[in-house]
Design a binder for this molecule. Structure first.
Ligand code: GP9
Ligand code: MN
Length: 620
């Protein structure tokens, strides 16, 4: 006990360090305007990280500690200030993956000074008085304070305390937002709950794990083979419609949670999506279009549709591989003289979009801060207002353009917080349930789509643009499958085959001359959008996993869950069965080994492309 007391007494500078770092980290949270989503546990997290750094400090002897104090304090202050300044510009926190984004420094360099504020000096004022403290400590210190055992005792004490506090805050965060640490979909939210330093520790750990520890070597031969596989697969000659729409604008609308069954659906005799149904009559509609998203939800759908590779096997590709090189749709369209923009009225840091959009080649990212948030529906700006403002923006864009719009109002849990759409449709037995709320949200977004089309027609953009509408992922969770069974089949439950083959999303392409239209039954998926559109604009992407749906009809999609579906068969991973689509009869897996091989190859190729950032090698 005496010993403990002594060691507590002996390292006053370490406590000063804890105090300073705690105050600085806390003030970074305030400066980044994150306090509104912080909790009591945020204080635990901030204290925890301060204690952990202090524990390392306490290992040094007095003289070295004096220097280490300055170094640690300086580095931490620099990280905090970088986060604050970066946030002023990009409305997000920094992350280790940015190291790989070479262009970034150049982009920000000129504005850094403009972004600095006089009070940022606050992070360095303590440097003046630390030396004074040390002079005072030196005079008053006990002789044998440098003894190893004492230093070790304080180290152990501080590190255990630090880890305990940090762990508590991380646990609290995981309770509030389960899974957030896996996909890192909202980095600022994580910072607001566990503090900047803990976040960066996590982020660095992820980065090192992915880029250093997990790297199985890939040799020159494998790189060449992989790239060649893509090149061979995509080398089709004599393609219909090649380049026939070059010069026309492209407007792609990703509809939040628009599951396929909503189209042509009546709920208690009322048409659920009259506007999309009307449009479908003059469009090319893919009836068997599957979503292929995984952990990354909305962002995975964006990725599949603009890059035509599968999402990451774990976590989210938008967070983990934002530093990669991509030959994405926006970048390719830019290459033929298009101006490119993406619009989504949410916080720009969400899903690491700011960084990823830069990597995909979007000139402009119109986020929440670029929209007038004048009406809320669901998760944020109402789709009606969003579309209206989007058309205004598009009117002023350089033509031809590619605009990628992502809606928000029909986001889970589909709550009508402002009580505006309670009576938009009578959902009967689903009233008061998440499924009923979903149906209302769909009805609302369909109305917004109707107004959007009118607006586009009025502005003259409609006749000069290809317009695509598709859903990003499922809406009805598995626990609610009986509701799905009722809506679609009028029965109480779904077979596995029915469940799997209902994981489809709305998908239609409207051509300005309405030359191509009708219903296409090919089994297709989100990875097919980019190659399909590329062909129409006269682009030949070589490294896409999907295929051009206007030139190939042999359906094939695969999902990260492990299912695959062709035009005739479905492989149901959960029961390890290959079954016929038309009657659910089990087929002999041996006979269809080539399908399993194809499926495995697709996964391998997509993984290698992303995990080894293979397009970088083409630059050499
Ligand atoms: C967030 C929105 C929702 O900006 O796109 O993402 P989700 O939760 O659907 O993945
Ligand atoms: Mn979504």
């Amino acid at each position: 006990m005496e010993k403990l007391k002594l060691s507590l007494k002996l390292l006053p500078d370490v406590y000063l360090f804890v105090l300073i770092i705690f105050i600085k980290t806390l003030s970074a949270n305030v400066a980044m305007k994150l306090v509104y989503q912080s909790t009591f546990y945020t204080l635990f997290g901030i204290l925890g990280s301060s204690l952990i750094f202090a524990s390392i400090l306490s290992l040094f002897k007095f003289k070295t500690r004096y220097i280490a104090f300055y170094i640690f304090d300086f580095l931490i202050s620099l990280i905090l200030l970088t986060d604050i300044v970066y946030n002023r510009y990009f409305l997000d926190v920094t992350s280790a993956a940015l190291i790989k984004q070479a262009g970034l420094v150049g982009e920000v360099k000129d504005s850094v000074f403009a972004l600095l504020k006089p009070w940022d000096l606050f992070y360095f004022v303590d440097f003046i008085f630390i030396s004074l403290f040390y002079k005072y400590f030196k005079r008053n210190l006990v002789e044998n304070e440098t003894k190893l055992t004492k230093r070790l005792t304080s180290f152990a004490m501080l590190v255990i305390l630090g880890l305990t506090f940090s762990y508590q805050s991380v646990k609290a965060l995981d309770r509030r937002q389960p899974g957030i640490l896996k996909t890192m979909y909202d980095k600022k939210y994580i910072v607001s709950n566990i503090g900047n330093i803990n976040f960066h520790a996590f982020d660095l750990y992820n980065f090192i794990k992915r880029n250093v520890l997990n790297i199985k070597k890939i040799d020159e031969k494998e790189i060449k083979e992989t790239l060649k596989w893509f090149e061979d697969k995509n080398a089709n000659k004599n393609k219909n419609y090649f380049g026939e729409y070059r010069g026309k604008n492209l407007i792609v609308v990703q509809l939040e949670a628009f599951q396929g069954f909503v189209l042509e659906r009546k709920i208690n005799g009322q048409e659920l999506t009259p506007n999309l149904n009307k449009l479908a009559k003059d469009s090319l509609v893919f009836e068997n279009y599957y979503y292929q998203t995984a952990w990354g939800g909305t962002s995975d759908a964006e990725f599949l549709s603009n890059v035509s590779l599968l999402p990451a096997r774990d976590g989210s590709v938008y967070y983990q591989y934002a530093g990669n090189k991509y030959n994405a749709l926006p970048k390719e369209l830019k290459g033929i003289g298009y101006s490119t923009a993406v619009m989504h009225a949410n916080r720009p840091g969400f899903w690491n979009r700011t960084n990823m959009y830069r990597a995909l080649g979007f000139d402009k990212y119109e986020s929440e801060k670029d929209f007038n948030i004048d009406e809320i529906q669901g998760m944020g700006l109402s789709d009606k207002s969003f579309f209206k403002q989007a058309v205004e923006k598009m009117k002023s864009y350089d033509k031809p353009f590619y605009s990628f719009l992502i809606t928000l109002s029909s986001h889970f849990p589909y709550k009508d917080y402002q009580n505006k759409i309670a009576k938009i449709i009578n959902v009967g037995e689903f009233e008061g349930d998440v499924v009923g709320d979903y149906l209302k949200a769909v009805k609302y977004t369909d109305e917004a789509v109707g107004l959007f089309i009118d607006e586009l027609k009025r502005s003259g953009l409609w006749d000069n643009s290809i317009v695509v509408f598709y859903g990003d992922h499922a809406a009805i969770p598995y626990e609610k499958r009986s509701s799905l069974a009722k809506i679609i089949y009028g029965k109480d439950d779904l077979t596995t085959l029915e469940w799997v083959t209902n994981q489809k999303v709305v998908m239609m392409i409207h051509f300005p001359d309405e030359r191509i239209k009708g219903i296409d039954k090919t089994t297709a998926g989100q990875m097919d959008l980019y190659p399909t559109l590329a062909n129409l604009y006269g682009i030949e992407p070589k490294y896409v996993l999907g295929r051009d749906l206007l030139n190939q009809k042999d359906g094939f999609i695969l999902t990260r869950e492990g299912n695959f579906v062709t035009n005739k068969y479905a492989y149901l991973k959960s029961s390890d069965k290959l079954v016929e689509l038309k009657n659910g009869k089990e087929a002999d897996k041996e006979k269809f080994k080539y399908l399993f091989d194809k499926y495995k190859t697709y996964f391998d190729m997509s993984n290698k492309m992303i995990e080894y950032d293979l397009l970088r090698y083409l630059e050499r």
